[in-house]
Design a protein around this ligand. Structure first.
Ligand SMILES: Nc1ncnc2c1ncn2[C@@H]1O[C@H](COP(=O)(O)OP(=O)(O)OP(=O)(O)O)[C@@H](O)[C@H]1O
Length: 206
């Protein structure tokens, strides 16, 4: 093969490996009370970053809107879609189903041509990352930590968690700590520095 052809081939191969969308899905995981939800909401204030909306069988609460807070579906629809493999991840909480539609990720990164942000557990992170890799989408993952366990407890109390919930969340957090190495970044969110954490994530996008 001529040297020029070889170079062109190399270039084409590299282009094929490039993601189809230049946008990035920001995946946030970590212990309870580490500021994940707050930082996600701060990120979503940026017009270029869109929250990945979950689908649920739970009934809408007052003022919740379909397509804005959640996609609300019936249990039957959820089961049918689940069987078809449409959900990247799926959890049952308080007898209600919650799932992430693959097509919602496509909608944000490709159709809307924006970055996405999602808060998920470790299993969800793995599933979503796998999906994005298969589709050629960029992801950046963050494992969130608080300054200390005491601060996590303080934060959980702030959002109204009961003693028993706090205890079980701390146990889960301890158990899951070992998975932090699977993430691109481990981010300690300093006390009252939630906006700084969001800013750091945004800076890492460009
Ligand atoms: N670093 C921090 N400094 C000050 N307040 C914080 C910090 N992290 C979280 N908080 C506060 O703690 C409360 C819970 O935070 P948030 O819901 O963002 O945590 P979370 O990681 O999403 O928790 P969970 O997984 O339990 O839902 C909020 O009131 C938030 O403002």
């Amino acid at each position: 093969m001529e040297e020029e052809d070889f170079e062109e081939n190399m270039l084409n191969n590299q282009l094929n490996l490039l993601p189809r969308s230049k946008n990035t899905l920001i995946i946030i995981t970590g212990g309870s009370g580490t500021g994940k939800t707050t930082v996600k909401n701060l990120l979503a204030q940026d017009p270029n970053i869109v929250r990945v909306i979950l689908t649920t069988t739970r009934l809408p609460r007052e003022r919740e809107k379909d397509g804005q807070d959640y996609y609300f579906v019936s249990k039957e629809t959820f089961q049918t879609e689940l069987k078809k493999g449409r959900f990247l991840e799926h959890v049952i909480y308080d007898r209600n189903h919650y799932g992430v539609y693959g097509k919602v990720v496509d909608l944000i990164l490709v159709t809307k041509n924006k970055h996405g942000v999602i808060v998920v557990d470790v299993d969800g992170f793995r599933q979503i990352k796998k999906y994005c890799q298969e589709k050629g989408y960029n992801t950046v993952s963050y494992w969130f930590k608080a300054e200390s366990e005491e601060k996590m407890v303080e934060h959980m109390k702030k959002r109204g968690a009961s003693e028993s919930e706090i205890l079980s969340r701390l146990i889960i957090a301890k158990r899951e700590e070992k998975f932090a190495v699977e993430f691109d970044h481990i981010l300690t969110v300093e006390e009252n520095e939630l906006a700084a954490a969001a800013q750091k994530i945004k800076e890492n996008l460009s």
